[in-house]
Design a protein around this ligand. Structure first.
Ligand code: PA5
Length: 447
């Protein structure tokens, strides 16, 4: 079986190969720290062995609930935000036909999302779409108290009960939340909804391989067994027993930290496949929330090429030299399209006739990478053999493991997110939430 690959030789012109190799010990130590749970955030390491601990029986349970939604629903709304949303969206987008939502032949419900914003128009338009449709709800919130999903859930639960009746609505709602104390758990137990638990030791941004990601992905019709299988293979290949020269997670963590040390403060995740857009969104949260603290951390950015070459290409080629790129390349596309010949050749493109479109895309990719390298942009490359569940599983786990190692190399706790609370406190105070009276007066005086 082929594996995903990491290629780091285009970093060596900026950071000496020896410097990377000399980090061998530090990376090994950080990886061991993850295993032993001996540093900051050790109570949030439930994701580390999640792939190997996920049993076939548990996957069957998820598949059974998914099948019940598939059989009943035309549309399933996934409610969640941040780590309770991005993983599922990333995987579903990466694996779906780009125009699947328009297809009349689809076997699985259309997945739509809510609770990832507070846009009134968005919610109004979603509720209009769902009128007279049989829809299901997967409500995901570990804390059960996050404002955005709680708001969306109240609106959509009300609508579903009005459309289907309260009793029938129960069969169409699944909640994924904490074991016992959150508001959503209490509500779900009272209403007798089907539920899955998010373990206390799995943080949102590391939860894609738990029911948080797996249930929506299964409802969308993808093989969660293969996804876990892929993740499991990288769990083994990035284990502490694997030497640095073979451990791609450790190498990625070291390379990006060394680039950061020489002033490359922004990492741009590049893809040449529009389906990977949300993989980058998921990755941005994973690294942004894990490393951006204590005045430190690489800023994670992302672009879709070749689209964004026509908007951000100038900056990347010529702007401030504080960036490096991590390029995700996909070796084999899933379909074949051959470029046709035109007798008159009025567009001058006959030199491409007979080539696969992917070949043209790959030349764009190579040309861009060489140009950016010439422009002083160090590059890391991640190669996936193709876009399927197995390799997406590999990619997700690779990024998670590398993130844990990288955070420890940077010297932060990669598993907390104290900064996220600041906006919530102000918002609650501005909305006069009970118990925020003291802050309310102060914050209102600053408007
Ligand atoms: O990674 C995280 O912890 C966050 O992004 C959370 O997932 C997000 O804030 C949603 O939280 P919750 O699942 O508690 O609603």
């Amino acid at each position: 079986m082929e594996n995903m690959k990491l290629i780091i030789d285009k970093v060596y012109g900026f950071v000496d190969k020896k410097v990377i190799e000399n980090n061998n010990f530090a990376a090994q130590k950080a990886n061991e720290t993850l295993h032993k749970g001996t540093d900051k955030g050790s109570d949030f390491l439930g994701w580390l062995h999640l792939p190997s601990k996920t049993s076939a029986n548990f996957l069957s349970e998820i598949e059974n609930i998914a099948n019940s939604l598939i059989q009943q629903c035309e549309v399933v709304v996934c409610i969640g935000i941040g780590g309770s949303y991005l993983g599922a969206k990333a995987v579903i987008d990466a694996l779906s036909n780009s125009f699947d939502w328009l297809s009349r032949e689809r076997k699985n419900p259309v997945i739509v999302y809510a609770g990832q914003n507070i846009g009134e128009d968005y919610l109004f338009e979603l509720q209009s779409l769902l009128k007279n449709k049989i829809f299901g709800i997967i409500c995901i919130s570990k804390s059960g108290t996050t404002t955005e999903p709680a708001l969306a859930f109240r609106l959509l639960k009300t609508q579903l009960e009005q459309q289907q009746g309260a009793a029938a609505a129960k069969d169409l709602i699944v909640c994924i939340t904490d074991k016992s104390h959150g508001a959503l758990r209490i509500l779900a137990d009272k209403e007798k909804y089907k539920t899955f638990t998010i373990e206390d030791n799995i943080g949102g941004r590391f939860s894609v391989l738990s029911p948080v990601g797996l249930l929506p992905i299964a409802v969308a019709g993808f093989d969660i067994r293969k996804l876990i299988e892929g993740a499991k293979s990288i769990e083994t290949q990035t284990d502490i027993s694997v030497p640095f020269e073979n451990n791609i997670a450790a190498q990625y963590a070291v390379a990006r930290n060394e680039l950061y040390r020489i002033g490359k403060k922004i990492e741009i995740l590049v893809n040449f496949h529009p389906k990977l857009h949300y993989i980058a969104e998921w990755w941005k949260q994973l690294y942004g929330e894990s490393e951006g603290k204590e005045g430190k951390g690489i800023f994670p950015a992302a672009v879709d090429f070749t689209t964004d070459l026509h908007s951000m290409g100038q900056w990347i080629q010529d702007g401030e030299r504080t960036i490096f790129e991590t390029v995700i390349t996909v070796k084999n596309p899933n379909h074949t399209t051959i470029f046709p010949t035109w007798d008159e050749n009025l567009d001058g493109l006959n030199f491409l006739a007979g080539k696969r479109v992917d070949n043209i895309n790959k030349m764009a990719e190579l040309g861009t990478m060489i140009a950016h390298l010439d422009g002083g942009v160090p590059q890391l490359k991640i190669e996936l053999p193709r876009l399927d569940e197995y390799y997406i599983g590999q990619l997700l786990y690779f990024f998670e493991r590398a993130c844990g190692i990288s955070g420890y190399l940077l010297g932060v706790n990669p598993f907390d997110q104290p900064g996220v609370e600041a906006y919530k406190k102000n918002m609650f105070a501005l909305l006069d939430k009970p118990s925020f009276e003291a802050q309310s007066k102060e914050i209102k005086s600053r408007i």
